[in-house]
Each structure stands twice: as structure tokens, then as C-alpha cells.
Design a protein around this ligand. Structure first.
Ligand code: HOZ
Length: 435
């Protein structure tokens, strides 16, 4: 038994499911999790001495790779000044100014501690602004684990095949209306049925929690018009796409502006951070300037702000990072299509994924058609060859500026090898190879 297995056995005794977040459990791929000891640039290292090229990047925030010198240096400096004050700081003002300068529709912003908190708070702001209760979300989009958002959610709940979480009061779930991603008619129907009671429509502008599902042409502008027509607040959940698809996120890339936007871990460069922001008219309703209450002792934590400021400043002043991410993405997505032509590769910039189904993937229903047993075999093979993907069909491959063309070519080569073996029903490669 390796050290990871030993730790997992111990963890199962004291932590539900042995993990602190379900997608880490490797349950859907029939394995036990690798316990990670350290990371550097594009690689992570487990407690058994194995190393992997990391395509999870802490689920997105490590866009510059692990241990970027500018981020590390900023954190080291901040730590010496104290870990938390629960008081106003200069860094959080600078962070708010920086976010507003990068995210096109954000005039004011409030820091929180996670993407879940950001979405929960943005929805409360939208309800306070409109005086309405109902919210539209899309099947397969994931907006964290607050009560109202656990309806046909993506990510871990989709991986576990849980359509609606236990423990969510019916009263909370009944204010959540579910539409079909990439299907404007399904949205319009809901607005027609509930013309005066929808406070907000929340959407991942590029869905990245049911695998990666890009918006069809016209979908996001259509959502913008419907929200304007019916007086609902358009919330873009950019926890995954923010500062990644472009310096101004999906809104810059697709040219559609939201009223409110939620951000997550990428702002903290790996530290626990989230934020929500948008039009001043709505954000001024947040306490203490308005009646919508939302608070947090650790919000705007100085060490997290130092890390995030360093990362966002780097991204803002180094546009070549985005060029590199596009080039790496282009190379990988094209290569995967060549290596496994009968599958579907969906992608946008530095985010993508492979579905094991021949049909186009445009929404929750088509995403769920993927052969997850095949995904599990692909995942296991790649893990054994030192390539670390998210252990679920319904998560994205995240590229970072620290990845190299050689990493990408290795990935493609191994997928080619796996594909050949899997098609021929041959045994998988050697177990536990250290790369
Ligand atoms: N759900 C997020 C990724 N799609 C974060 C991973 C997690 O839940 O731990």
C-alpha cells in the first residue's frame, strides 16, 4: 500500500468520504486520490514521490503555474506584516481598483472568500435590487453549493449523479427555475411564465462544470436582451472564465456585458478568495451603504490580497501570457482531435475537455451522453503516465502559462497511445510509473 492509500484510509475515518471537497475523491474513476505534497510551475508531486504535469491547477487559479516568483514574493512580504486584521486595508482598495480596471462591466466590487459565497451574495443583491425572488439557472452549470444553486448543478454533483442535493429546503429550490444551456427558447418560456418575478438569471458564460460547453453564437446576447426586456439582473459567473479567457474574462472575449459578475479563486492566485461586482447602482445596495446584508471577517484578507494583486497585475502587464495560453490551447485541442478523432473535443482558449461520445455537446443532456467508463480508463492511463487531469468527465482541462509545448505534445502522444490500446482492448500501461 502506498502512502496515498494509507492516508486515504485514515482520512475515511475522520473526513466524510475522505476528502474536503467531493470532486477530489476519485470515486467516479474508481481510484483513490493521490495526496499531493508540493507543486512547482506546471508540475505537482505526490506523497509517494510521483510527479505529474498538472492540468487542474487548483481548479483554475494557477494560471501562471505554481509558485510564480511574483506571487510568492508578494505573499512572503505580506505574511511578515500579519495574517489577518479584520479591518480595512490599502491592498483591498488596490484590488477593487484593479478588478474594475480589468473586468469591463464592474464598477464596484466586494471581496468574499469563495465562488460559492460570491454567487450567493450576488443573487441576494439582485433580489434586493429588483424586489423579486425567482432566479433562472441552467442545468449543468455550477455556481457553488448554496441552497438555491444545487438544482441540476454541474461539477461534483453531476459527477456523483445527484440531480438535487438532499438537505435543500423545498422553499429554496422552488425559487430556482432551470433552463437549458444554449437554448434561448427555454429561457424565454420561463420569462413568459413568470414575467414579473424573476430577479436574476445566472449563467456561466462558458459552461465549464459539465465539461466545457461553449456558448453558441447569439446565446449570450440573447440572454442580455431577455434580461433587459423583463427587468432581471444578468449575472455572469466568471469563477472559471474570469481573467482567464481574456484579461476581462468571458465578457471581453464574447463582447456581452453582465449587470453583476462573480469571481473566484483566480483572484487569490491559490489563496481562498471570491468577489462579486458590477453596476454601481446595484452594488451600492450592499451593506453598509444599503440594506442588502453581506459580511465576512476574512474578506479581503491581506495575504490573499497580496497574492491576488501580484497575479492580476502580472496578467494585466503581460499580455503575452494570453497569447501563450491560446497557442498552447490550439496545439492541445487540435492534437487531441487528431489523436482521438471519434471523440468530441470542446474548447475555448486555455479551457477544454474531451467527451467520449460522437454527438455534439451543447448542453447538460448531450454532456451526460459521454461514456464515463471510457473517461475513467483514459483518466487512469494518463495518470499512470504522469498526466494529472480532474478526476471527472464533467470538469475542464486547465492550461497555465507554465505549461510547455513539450508538455502538450506528451499529452497528445499519450492520448494517441491510450486510444490505440483502448480500441484494441489491450491492457493499460504500467502502473504507478514515475515521470
Ligand atoms: N467545482 C469546482 C470545479 N468545477 C471546484 C472544485 C471543487 O468543488 O472542489
Amino acid at each position: 500500500m502506498g502512502k496515498s492509500e494509507e492516508l486515504f484510509a485514515r482520512a475515511l475515518e475522520r473526513i466524510p468520504g475522505g476528502v474536503n471537497s467531493p470532486v477530489r475523491a476519485f470515486g467516479s474513476v474508481g481510484l483513490t486520490p493521490r495526496f499531493i505534497q508540493r507543486a512547482d510551475r506546471q508540475r505537482i508531486y505526490d506523497v509517494d514521490g510521483r510527479s505529474y504535469v498538472d492540468y487542474v491547477g487548483s481548479w483554475g487559479p494557477m494560471i501562471l503555474g505554481h509558485n510564480h516568483p511574483a506571487v510568492l514574493e508578494a505573499v512572503e512580504r505580506a505574511v511578515k506584516d500579519g495574517l489577518s486584521f479584520g479591518a480595512a486595508t490599502q491592498q483591498e482598495v488596490e484590488m477593487a481598483e484593479l478588478i474594475c480596471s480589468m473586468a469591463p462591466s464592474v464598477e464596484m466590487v466586494r471581496m468574499v472568500n469563495s465562488g460559492t459565497e460570491a454567487v450567493m451574495s450576488a443573487i441576494r443583491a439582485a433580489r434586493g435590487y429588483t424586489g423579486r425572488d425567482q432566479v433562472i439557472k441552467f442545468a449543468g452549470c455550477y455556481h457553488g453549493h448554496s441552497d438555491g444553486m444545487l438544482v441540476k448543478a454541474g461539477s461534483g454533483v453531476m459527477t456523483a449523479g445527484i440531480p438535487d442535493s438532499a438537505g435543500v429546503p423545498a422553499a429554496c429550490a422552488q425559487d430556482t427555475l432551470t433552463a437549458t444551456y444554449n437554448d434561448l427558447e427555454s429561457v424565454e418560456r420561463l420569462f413568459i411564465e413568470h414575467p414579473n418575478s424573476i430577479a436574476a438569471l445566472v449563467v456561466e458564460p462558458l459552461a465549464a462544470n459539465m465539461g466545457v460547453v461553449p456558448p453558441k453564437e447569439g446565446f449570450l446576447p440573447g440572454l442580455r436582451s431577455l434580461c433587459d426586456q423583463y427587468g432581471a439582473v444578468l449575472i455572469f459567473d466568471e469563477v472559471i472564465t474570469g481573467f482567464r479567457l481574456a484579461p476581462g474574462g468571458a465578457q471581453e472575449r464574447y463582447g456581452v456585458l453582465a449587470d453583476l459578475t462573480t469571481f473566484g479563486k483566480i483572484i487569490g492566485a491559490g489563496m481562498p478568495v471570491g468577489a462579486y461586482g458590477g453596476r454601481g447602482e446595484i452594488m451600492r445596495l450592499i451593506s453598509p451603504s444599503g440594506p442588502v446584508y453581506q459580511a465576512g471577517t476574512l474578506s479581503g484578507n491581506p495575504v490573499a490580497m497580496a497574492a491576488g494583486l501580484a497575479q492580476l497585475r502580472w496578467l494585466k502587464s503581460h499580455p503575452e501570457v494570453y497569447t501563450h495560453l491560446e497557442q498552447l490551447g490550439d496545439r492541445l485541442w487540435k492534437g487531441l482531435r487528431r489523436a482521438a478523432p471519434e471523440n468530441v473535443v470542446t474548447e475555448e482558449g486555455s479551457l477544454g475537455c474531451m467527451f467520449f461520445s460522437g454527438d455534439p455537446v451543447v448542453d447538460y443532456t448531450s454532456a451526460k451522453r459521454s461514456d464515463t467508463a471510457r473517461f475513467a480508463r483514459y483518466f487512469k492511463f494518463l495518470l499512470e503516465q504522469g498526466i494529472y487531469l480532474a478526476p471527472s468527465q464533467f470538469e475542464a482541462i486547465f492550461l497555465s502559462d507554465a505549461h510547455t509545448e513539450a508538455d502538450i505534445d506528451y499529452f497528445i502522444q499519450e492520448v494517441s497511445l491510450w486510444e490505440e490500446q483502448d480500441q484494441n482492448g489491450a491492457p493499460l500501461g504500467c502502473l504507478n510509473k514515475t515521470v
